[in-house]
Structures are given as structure tokens and as C-alpha cells.
Design a protein around this ligand. Structure first.
Ligand SMILES: Cc1cc2nc3c(=O)[nH]c(=O)nc-3n(C[C@H](O)[C@H](O)[C@H](O)COP(=O)(O)OP(=O)(O)OC[C@H]3O[C@@H](n4cnc5c(N)ncnc54)[C@H](O)[C@@H]3O)c2cc1C
Length: 87
């Protein structure tokens, strides 16, 4: 994909084999995953703000498995509290 550089004052169009649209948790993880596998990736998001209020009070096991694969699982767990029982 070619970026919209032409006509915006940029020197040259930039090409990426993969563009991820949306810089939420899924887009960020997909982009990091691709980059760690050596795939050049561009990430486009339309929102550079942090959400009002928490949207990550509780992370499920599968989400932590993915964060672990990306190399940040231990750091995420260290910042939170954990439990292994519930009703
Ligand atoms: C109040 C609340 C509490 C929550 N609590 C938890 C929780 O405790 N644990 C948990 O696991 N989940 C929680 N969630 C759910 C979690 O926030 C979502 O599952 C997660 O954000 C989804 O990630 P996503 O990347 O798919 O989408 P999003 O987080 O919605 O990110 C998508 C991004 O793409 C951008 N975008 C969309 N269209 C375009 C476009 N055309 N061009 C460019 N950018 C675009 C959007 O602006 C956005 O930034 C909560 C959600 C809410 C609302």
C-alpha cells in the first residue's frame, strides 16, 4: 500500500507490504507480532487519545498468552493483581 504522501509535502511515497488499520489492542498486537517476525508493517489509527476510564481492569488468560508471546506478559502481570479462583 502507498501512503497518502503525495501532495502533502512529503518527499516520497512510502510503501508497506502490510497496513494495519486501528491502533487499539488488536491492531497494536498484530503490528508488533508482524514486526517481530520481520514483516514491515505500517499502523494507522484515527485516535491518539487514551480512553476515559479503564477498558482493561481484567485480562483473560488468552489475552495474557498473546502478550506473553509478544514479550510483555510478565511485565503486565507484575503491574496487576492476580487470582486463580472465582464463582
Ligand atoms: C468500559 C469498557 C471496559 C472494558 N474492560 C475490559 C477489561 O477489563 N478487560 C478486557 O479484556 N477488555 C475490556 N474491554 C474491552 C476492550 O476494551 C476491547 O475488547 C478492546 O479494546 C478491543 O480492541 P480492538 O483493538 O479490537 O478495538 P478498539 O479498542 O476499539 O480499537 C480500534 C481502534 O481502531 C480505530 N479505528 C477504527 N476505525 C478506523 C479507521 N477506519 N481508520 C483508523 N483507525 C480506526 C479506533 O479509533 C480505535 O482506536 C472493555 C471495554 C469497555 C468499553
Amino acid at each position: 500500500m502507498r501512503s497518502a504522501a503525495r501532495g502533502c509535502g512529503a518527499q516520497a511515497a512510502v510503501r508497506h507490504p502490510v497496513i494495519v488499520i486501528g491502533a487499539g489492542p488488536v491492531g497494536l498486537c498484530a503490528a508488533i507480532d508482524l514486526a517481530q517476525r520481520g514483516v514491515p508493517v505500517g499502523l494507522l489509527g484515527d485516535d491518539d487519545t487514551v480512553s476515559i476510564g479503564s477498558r482493561g481492569v481484567c485480562y483473560a488468560k488468552r489475552a495474557l498468552e498473546i502478550l506473553d508471546r509478544l514479550g510483555v506478559g510478565d511485565r503486565c502481570v507484575a503491574k496487576g493483581v492476580s487470582w486463580n479462583v472465582g464463582r
